[in-house]
Write a protein that binds this ligand. Structure first.
Ligand SMILES: [Zn+2]
Ligand SMILES: [Zn+2]
Length: 171
């Protein structure tokens, strides 16, 4: 991929993310120099063009101009660890609320990929900070990890990469 296009995509993605959108991968148009990406929540589009016409702009689309209608963002500050002072009742209550809230968020996020997550299991051998939900239709996992490594998100999993249909087609 040419570097200019890559830079444009990165810039476009950053702009859209800051407006609360959750963008799909870019798809190249076979007719032009345009690449498109769509928001999973509100379907607004962004378009990048590495060879714009003289009067044209290189990044365009509703998704860079308007906030996501869903107005939904994962709170990155949710990265917490379970290691400190778990004797404190207040602390554990706060923790429980946080976990509950994250599970709701995870289920909601997965539903934007058409998955149906019924409930979360704890995987004891991975520690009590790790909760896994499974889509009843395609078995895609979504994970709420209260103690993720440095490069992982609190919420992650295949259910946020593939739609339910794509998962079923992979089999
Ligand atoms: Zn959006
Ligand atoms: Zn599914």
């Amino acid at each position: 991929m040419p570097t200019k296009l890559r830079t444009l995509k990165a810039k476009a993605l950053q702009a859209c993310t800051s407006r609360g959108h959750k963008m799909s991968r870019f798809h190249n148009s076979i007719w032009s120099h345009n690449s498109y990406s769509k928001c999973y929540h509100c379907y607004m589009e962004v378009c990048v063009n590495d060879k714009p016409a003289p009067n044209d702009i290189d990044i365009s689309g509703e998704a860079v101009a308007l906030n996501c209608k869903h107005n939904y963002q994962i709170d990155i500050d949710n990265k917490v660890t379970t290691s400190c002072d778990s004797d404190d009742v207040n602390y554990s209550n706060k923790m429980l609320n946080k976990i509950r809230r994250l599970k709701v968020e995870a289920r909601f996020l997965a539903s934007t990929f058409d998955h149906d997550i019924k409930r979360f299991k704890t995987l004891k051998h991975l520690g009590d900070h790790y909760y896994m939900g499974t889509c009843v239709n395609c078995n895609a996992h979504i994970i709420v990890d209260m103690d993720p490594g440095p490069c992982r998100n609190v919420i992650h999993g295949l259910a946020l990469i593939y739609t339910c249909k794509e998962m079923l087609n992979r089999k």
